[in-house]
Design a protein. Structure first.
Lengths: 318, 373
């Protein structure tokens, strides 16, 4: 939702048939705003595909970056594949050709320490409701010299300096991009969520979830006829603590409904705001179990047990 | 001065502590009107909605304290299905029942899995197809890639298929609650269910309108064309437009102005569809009362009560009433033996005095003895 902020880039930097590089695994919020920008400016969108491991193809990404590239807008952690992109390298490649990097960190900020200095991204976005905060708010981080060079996209109170009848001057960032009375309650709530998470320690959360992620993946593999999306975890490949999956011949919505009503286990089913990804995987929908630091191994055990029961219930009706 | 300062401070005081200090009359000015400064603060409890405790009980038992469409108004097959699901208590068994329905659903040809047939608001893919059979009843077919949704689709297909358009349009989405499946199904799933019903009703309406258009181009006698019938008995009917009552009787009428124009004015409302006027299961309350009275008093061998109020809608006798003004009554009873025709009619009229005084305008009576039939 904050990507509309970046539509303000639709004025100067994206003039002409210049490239925006995305991956096919992006969340709709990192696809649709770019489509709107492309309609306005004629920019071209290019999508990185998946490799044989089921993760975005980094080699493919590197190849795509050229002098024509203006923006590389990618996810940090995929909300469906659980894969993690090597952002520091990607930022290097992008900066080498003068392109800017926008990082969709919605799935990473709540689960690990994300350091904008060491990643060296130009912009970063994250969502409050994914990090234990209230809905309706998120944030955009941007390098100050870049933000200062950008014109406002929304006009009104707060973002101005002086207002005349025929023109106005604008405030410095961040106010320049925060027209109107802000979502005060939500912002305070987000602040509380940040304090809460910081109190636990992002590194602690990450280490704990890494173990949980492996346990979840391992346990799910034991379910017959299951297909889990994303890469297989190993020494060099780490997965986030989530698994999107499908079971042969059973619709993910049936699974989710039964799990919820009969077993009290809540998972998500649908396209998880990633329709292009589902299309490329050849499925209309999938089920997804995702964990956070408040889950424990017993939750995984309960879930897998319930899933096995669900699968046998539906299989008995074939 | 000192007393006024005391009373001044008292005045401040009494806004917080009205009662005890009021009794100390020496401090308060003797003039009665100044007592108004020392009003007690009272708190009025705001009325809470009285239905809240009963709502939870109602939700638990899906009982009639909620304003749901009565089950008798549902098409017969659907009533059966509702009763079946109500008799199955355990959620898992309800699922099994649902899956059973889905399994036995007639498959839908892929050529019918089009955008117009797709149900919005479903997490899974659902298609519904509708067409009219030779009796102008709507036939439905459906399919889904999710077995639970397919089960729901099968419920609707089984419950509504083969029924006349008006009956289908009268079904309120409320009945989903009667199934008791709402406990077992997620809200978004229910939305899909309701959307399926709406799509089926919309398609039924479309078919009826198209059929009517086809008929009109052939018939030259009917005035205007589509009549609007308000289904007064069910204000919650789940269609966006006013339901259109398509009447086969249009072609049966002799095209007199009175019959051709049902109008949409409230005076011409009929409580039941004209098509079913000869069918006594759809009698309104007066029709039922008439039947019951005659049954009780005459012990008839044969009894037919027919509401023909629609034929008289728009003229003096019917104006201002809510339908149920004109009836055909055929009674075959031993009670008529030895009585002249006039006496037989007087007997029937006598039994229905109350009705005649409360809006029944006319009776057309056929009164026979068993030996005369």
């Amino acid at each position: 939702m904050l990507f509309k902020d970046l539509c303000l880039l639709g004025d100067k930097p994206l003039v002409g048939r210049l490239l925006v590089i995305l991956t096919i695994a992006e969340h709709h919020s990192n696809i649709v705003p770019w489509q709107l920008v492309a309609q306005k400016t004629g920019a071209i969108l290019k999508y990185v595909t998946l490799n044989e491991n089921g993760a975005p193809d980094i080699g493919n990404l590197k190849q795509m970056i050229s002098r024509k590239t203006k923006i590389v807008a990618v996810h940090h952690v995929s909300n469906m594949l659980a894969s993690v992109l090597p952002i520091e390298e990607i930022a290097h490649w992008a900066h080498d050709v003068g392109a800017k990097v926008l990082l969709d960190a919605c799935q990473s900020v709540p689960h690990m320490a994300v350091n904008v200095q060491s990643l060296d991204v130009d912009f970063l976005v994250a969502s409050s409701h994914k990090m234990c905060g209230p809905t309706g708010i998120g944030f955009l981080y941007g390098k100050s010299e870049l933000l200062s060079a950008m014109p406002p996209f929304l006009g009104g109170g707060e973002m101005i300096s002086d207002v005349y009848l025929d023109h106005s001057t604008y405030a410095e960032p961040p106010s320049r991009f925060e027209a109107g009375t802000p979502a005060i309650g939500e912002a305070i709530g987000l602040g509380a969520a940040i304090d809460y998470l910081s109190g636990i320690g992002m590194q602690n959360i990450h280490d704990y979830e890494l173990e949980l992620a492996n346990y979840l993946h391992e346990s799910l593999r034991a379910v017959p006829n299951i297909r889990i999306y994303g890469p297989v975890p190993s020494g060099s490949i780490r997965r986030a603590a989530l698994c999107s999956f499908n079971v042969d011949n059973i619709h993910p919505t049936d699974i989710a409904t039964f799990l919820d009503q009969q077993h009290g286990v809540a998972i998500r089913s649908g396209h998880h705001c990633a329709q292009p990804l589902h299309r490329s995987l050849g499925v209309s929908a999938s089920a997804r179990a995702s964990l956070h630091f408040y889950n424990v191994k017993e939750d995984v055990d309960d879930f897998v047990r319930a899933l096995k029961d669900t699968v046998s219930f539906f299989n008995s009706y074939k | 001065m000192s007393s006024s300062s005391i009373s001044a401070s008292l005045r401040l005081f009494t806004t917080k502590f009205p009662n005890p200090l009021l009794s100390h009359k020496t401090f308060i000015s003797p003039k009665p009107h100044s007592l108004s400064f020392f009003k007690t603060i009272s708190f009025q409890k705001l009325p809470t909605t009285p239905s809240s405790p009963s709502l939870s009980a109602a939700a638990a038992s899906a009982s009639s304290s909620l304003p749901l469409q009565p089950i008798e108004e549902l098409p017969p097959k659907l009533q059966e299905i509702v009763n079946l699901f109500q008799s199955v208590q355990e959620p898992k068994a309800k699922y099994e029942q649902l899956l059973f329905y889905g399994k036995n659903l007639k498959p839908l040809g892929t050529q019918f899995k089009t955008k117009e047939n797709k149900v919005e608001g479903c997490v899974s893919q659902v298609w519904v197809r509708a067409y009219l059979d030779s009796d102008k009843n709507v036939v439905f077919e459906a399919d889904s890639d999710s077995v639970l949704t397919k089960g729901l689709a099968a419920l609707l297909v089984n419950g509504l298929s083969g029924r006349p358009v008006e009956e289908i349009l009268r079904v309120s989405p409320d009945f989903a609650m009667l199934l008791g499946l709402q406990q077992s199904l997620t809200p978004s799933r229910n939305n899909g269910f309701l959307n399926m019903l709406r799509l089926m009703q919309k398609k039924a309406l479309q078919l009826a309108v198209e059929a009517e258009k086809g008929k009109l181009s052939m018939s030259e006698k009917v005035d205007g064309g589509i009549e609007s019938v308000n289904f007064e008995s069910n204000p919650d009917v789940g269609v966006e437009e006013n339901p259109v009552g398509i009447s086969d009787s249009l072609s049966q009428m002799d095209g007199s102005a009175e019959n051709g124009n049902f109008g949409s004015n409230s005076n011409a409302r009929v409580e039941e569809s004209p098509v079913q006027s000869s069918n006594s299961d759809s009698l309104g309350s007066r029709g039922v009362r008439i039947k019951e009275k005659l049954e009780r008093e005459l012990s008839p061998v044969e009894l037919e009560v027919e509401d023909i109020s629609y034929q008289h809608a728009g003229h003096a006798g019917a104006r201002g009433s809510d339908g149920e003004t004109h009836f055909n009554v055929k009674v075959v009873s031993k009670e008529f033996e030895g009585k002249s025709l006039v006496k037989r009619h007087r007997l029937v009229y006598g039994l229905l005095q109350e009705e005649l005084q409360s809006g029944l305008h006319a009776l057309s009576i056929v009164a026979k003895t068993p030996s005369e039939v």
